[in-house]
Design a protein around this ligand. Structure first.
Ligand SMILES: *Cc1c(COP(=O)(O)O)cnc(C)c1O
Length: 376
């Protein structure tokens, strides 16, 4: 069976974890946590990068930092993971879902303004498949209406928009290092904070609402409870796993890119003959080969293809069921305007196996099998 995903493993992870164990420092904010966060700060050019226990938690922290409260509204696509919405609903906000663009599956930047009301506090662009949303338009709207931009860049580590790393463009950026993402620590993530003034509060929220980080740096002589917060700091063991990957992030990225390009070249003919559609990468964007998907004619054809591939030992999967159609989505939010593409396009999208180390022979076999499905 060709798996849909395999967690990235370079080889040094176990050694680093062992070193963390031997150093007798396995809770958070030790050697490896610092290695990872400075790498992230340097790479993204943001004021502060804080490793977190997940992207979900990074987004929850961003919602606290943006002071989201009951009665506020937050704008996001419906085609996303539940955490994008939950983080804000936990603070009492309502979610306004906006339709996506059929080419990138990202929020349609031209529909956002129509969803802004006097209660709107933030826009949450989700960079689907590591391909950037139209950030200039989104940031201009945010400026015009005084809104926060919180990037769900869970899938977008090492992708760029006009040369800028995704996650570093809005006020806050949220990364995921879950085992299904390009770089992993099992469960984990990071919050990128753009503004210096906010960085200290972010640290406090991550440390259960205490100023413990300052205490450990020797800036104060005792620590105390100063704000709301929770336990969002991951252990050194997880950070050690991640560090082995960030160290060689270029290799991981180029390996994935090679697979992505191989798929693209191999499936182009089927696209030209109008059997399927392939992903679109806008000119201003570089992506990180997080995902390779195709689009079938409709949900029926997708179902048949998934079955056909599974019978031939290939695991392919569909993705998000639009949030506005789910029980919680209906309770906590509403779709603004017409659902022209969210449902229709999500029903056509099929994700093919993609992970670090996926063999070209396997990709070849997957391409040939898809050709057989359409041409035989
Ligand atoms: C993976 C993912 C998340 C959640 O990440 P966790 O680290 O598992 O919390 C959130 N949003 C998107 C778009 C994702 O792909």
């Amino acid at each position: 069976m060709i798996n849909f995903n395999e967690p990235p493993y370079i080889g040094k992870e176990t050694k680093y974890i062992e070193e963390a164990v031997r150093s007798k420092k396995i809770s958070g904010d030790g050697y490896y946590t610092k290695k990872c966060s400075s790498w992230l700060e340097k790479y993204t050019g943001t004021e502060k990068a804080l490793l977190t226990t997940s992207c979900t938690h990074a987004t929850e922290m961003a919602a606290i930092l943006a002071d989201i409260q009951s009665g506020d509204e937050v704008i996001m696509p419906s085609y996303t993971f539940v955490s994008t919405a939950n983080a804000f609903i936990l603070r009492g906000a309502r979610v306004k879902f906006v339709d996506i663009r059929p080419d990138t599956m990202n929020i349609d930047e031209n529909l956002i303004e129509g969803a802004i009301s006097e209660h709107t506090k933030a826009i949450v662009p989700v960079h689907y498949a590591g391909v950037a949303c139209e950030m200039d338009t989104i940031c201009n709207l945010a400026k015009k209406y005084g809104l926060y931009v919180i990037e769900d860049a869970a899938q977008a580590v090492k992708s760029t928009y006009k040369g800028k790393p995704l996650g570093s463009i809005g006020d806050y950026g949220c990364y995921s290092f879950h085992e299904t993402k390009n770089y992993s620590m099992g469960e984990g993530g990071a919050l990128l904070v753009k503004h210096k003034k906010i960085a200290e509060r972010a640290e406090i929220i991550r440390e259960k609402g205490t100023d413990r980080s300052k205490f450990f740096r020797g800036q104060i002589d005792k620590y105390t409870w100063v704000d709301i917060g929770s336990s969002y700091l991951p252990s050194e063991l997880n950070a050690a796993y991640l560090w082995a990957q960030l160290e060689v992030s270029d290799d991981i990225c180029s390996n994935r890119m090679k697979s992505w390009n191989y798929y693209y070249q191999g499936l182009k003919e089927l696209e030209e003959r109008k059997f399927i559609e392939l992903p679109v990468i806008p000119v201003d964007c570089t992506h990180n080969a997080h995902m390779f998907y195709i689009k079938t004619r409709d949900i029926e054809e997708r179902k048949e293809l998934i079955h056909y591939l599974r019978q031939r030992k290939i695991n392919s999967v569909f993705h998000y069921i639009p949030l506005h159609t789910s029980p919680a989505g209906k309770k906590f939010g509403e779709f603004v305007g017409e659902d022209r593409y969210t449902t229709k396009e999500s029903e056509r999208l099929l994700r093919l196996p993609m992970y670090y180390g996926l063999e070209i022979d396997n990709i070849d076999y997957i391409i040939k099998t898809i050709e057989k499905f359409y041409l035989l």
